[in-house]
Design a protein. Structure first.
Length: 118
């Protein structure tokens, strides 16, 4: 199982970006999918996650600006980031709980850089 994240980049404050993360490989079931971020010099933190039926959990620091969604048919999770701030600058990682043909496992994507300039 692999997670491939995309959509990062350099944007000015106040603009938007949309991140995508697609799971591929032997997948019989997907559970919670989510996004984490690691700002420079800081620890990785939860941004948002979403379960299979669409229930979400959003960090207070991004609530009202970021939206998480998923397309179960495409094994893909999205993070729509609006009104970006310089403090949103970080490497963004996706994570998913995936069952292959025998067991559940936790998988991480490779990370995508988001840089917000003031």
């Amino acid at each position: 199982v692999q997670l491939q994240a995309s959509g990062g980049g350099l944007v000015q404050a106040g603009r938007s970006l949309r991140l995508s993360c697609t799971a591929s490989g032997t997948i019989s079931s997907l559970s919670v999918m989510g996004w984490y971020r690691q700002p420079p010099g800081k620890q990785r933190e939860l941004v948002a996650n979403i379960n299979y039926v669409g229930t979400t959990d959003i960090a207070a620091s991004v609530k009202g600006r970021f939206t998480i969604s998923r397309d179960n048919a495409k094994n893909t999770v999205y993070l729509q980031m609006n009104s970006l701030k310089p403090e949103d600058t970080a490497v963004y990682y996706c994570k998913a709980f995936v069952r292959d043909d025998s067991r559940w496992g936790e998988y991480w994507g490779q990370g995508t850089q988001v840089t917000v300039s003031s």
